[in-house]
Design a protein around this ligand. Structure first.
Ligand code: FES
Length: 107
């Protein structure tokens, strides 16, 4: 894998190489950054969400679009699913300060 840039994790003190082949969740796992993923990366829970401060990322997958459409009020406009999105260049990202609610269990 060749890096396409770097990912800076705000608040974590981590900057790492960015690989298009890996999701953002895969990147946090590589760096052992705590990153909640209640549904195991199946685009069902929304707990893996990442705030995009800047950078270029892959477009939403079908699964990500479906979840965001199902819960439009649960996501900020700058949030993406860490288990679905991959970096395409330099990114500055942030994980939520509080644990997001698992969308499978909200009314
Ligand atoms: S881990 Fe559940 S939506 Fe990403």
């Amino acid at each position: 894998m060749e890096p396409v840039g770097t990912i800076q994790w705000v608040g974590k003190g981590v900057t790492q190489e960015a690989f298009e082949e890996l999701t953002l969740l895969g990147h946090t796992m590589m760096e052992e950054i705590e990153h909640i993923q209640e549904c195991g990366g199946c685009a069902e829970c929304g707990t893996c969400r990442v705030r995009v401060l800047s950078g270029t990322l892959t477009p939403p997958t079908h699964e990500e679009r479906e979840l965001l459409a199902e819960y439009p009020n649960e996501f900020r406009p700058d949030e993406r699913l860490g288990c679905q999105v991959r970096p395409l260049g330099n990114c500055i990202l942030e994980l939520p300060k509080e644990e997001p609610e698992d969308l499978r269990f909200i009314d």
